[in-house]
Design a protein around this ligand. Structure first.
Ligand SMILES: O=C(O)c1cc(=O)[nH]c(=O)n1[C@@H]1O[C@H](COP(=O)(O)O)[C@@H](O)[C@H]1O
Length: 266
């Protein structure tokens, strides 16, 4: 079954478009978990237990797992999320030359969807795009301040680079498996890109810790009700000062974000 059909079902089941970002910064893991063999896994397990009822997906960012213990923690995390019936979107921002990207794309045997980088062009994304079951979210207008450095540049055609990316993504969506990453910190661009590509679901990061616009994230992020609004630190570290109560606080934060976003959903 196509990823976006599965996501549609998941969104209906939990009545939520919240993507819970699993970015377990080791310096912020509560002290009482540090004695575990894999503190990031111990942390994520408790976060998953507390938030899964409100999670349309879990989105681990690969950057937080790039060492041997991290790989083990990520493997456990993915399996546990799947055990709870929650799809996993790996935020890896991948893409490379053909033979390399073919190896990268093998990760789609393990996760349900991935973020990819369009900078190297179509062939660098082809093995991801060819996977009919998986979701492929292409970076379009990112939420960080430097997002404007390249993405806002005007091309000779008069369009901005991010508009060109949206147009290409639409073209590359032959398997109905493509979405765009558009940050909530630039609501005007969100609106503009939604008008340009009405059918592509967006992953909208940047609400919560980055202060993005939650209403715009819903108004423009969803295509036919399908899309994702991510918060990572705002959920997983909501109970940072609460010791063993940290996970319960995360559960509350995920529920609050779900309710806030649901106010704007039709
Ligand atoms: O691809 C992403 O998910 C992403 C794109 C983007 O433009 N901005 C952005 O913040 N993200 C990711 O979304 C998450 C945001 O985390 P918080 O700011 O803690 O909610 C991080 O994992 C970022 O890497």
């Amino acid at each position: 079954m196509n990823f976006f059909d599965r996501l549609h079902d998941r969104i209906r089941t939990v009545d939520s478009v919240v993507s819970v970002g699993l970015d377990p910064d080791p310096s912020r893991i509560p002290d009482h978990l540090l004695e575990h063999d894999l503190p990031r896994w111990a942390f994520n397990r408790r976060i998953i237990d507390a938030t899964h009822e409100h999670a349309a997906v879990f989105k681990p960012n690969a950057a937080f797992y790039e060492d041997p213990d991290g790989w083990a923690a990520l493997e456990e995390t993915i399996a546990y999320a799947h055990g709870k019936g929650v799809p996993v979107l790996l935020d890896a921002k991948r893409a490379d030359i053909g033979n390399t990207t073919r190896q990268y794309a093998k990760i789609l045997e393990t996760v349900d969807a991935i973020t990819v980088n369009p900078y190297m062009g179509r062939d660098s994304l082809q093995p991801f795009l060819a996977n009919e079951e998986a979701g492929v979210f292409i970076l379009c207008r990112t939420s960080n301040p430097g997002g404007e450095d390249l993405q806002d540049l005007e091309l000779a055609s008069g369009e901005a680079v991010y508009e060109r990316v949206a147009a290409l993504a639409d073209l590359w969506n032959e398997n109905d498996n493509v979405g765009l990453v558009v940050g909530a910190t630039t609501p005007d661009e969100l609106e503009e890109i939604r008008e340009q590509v009405p059918d592509l679901p967006f992953l909208v990061p940047g609400v919560g810790a980055q202060g993005g616009d939650a209403e715009a994230a819903i108004e423009y992020g969803l295509a036919d009700g399908v899309g994702l609004v991510n918060s990572s630190r705002g959920i997983i570290f909501a109970g940072e000062d609460e010791g063993e109560g940290f996970a319960a606080a995360s559960g509350q934060a995920a529920k609050r974000l779900k309710r806030r976003l649901n106010q704007y959903r039709e």
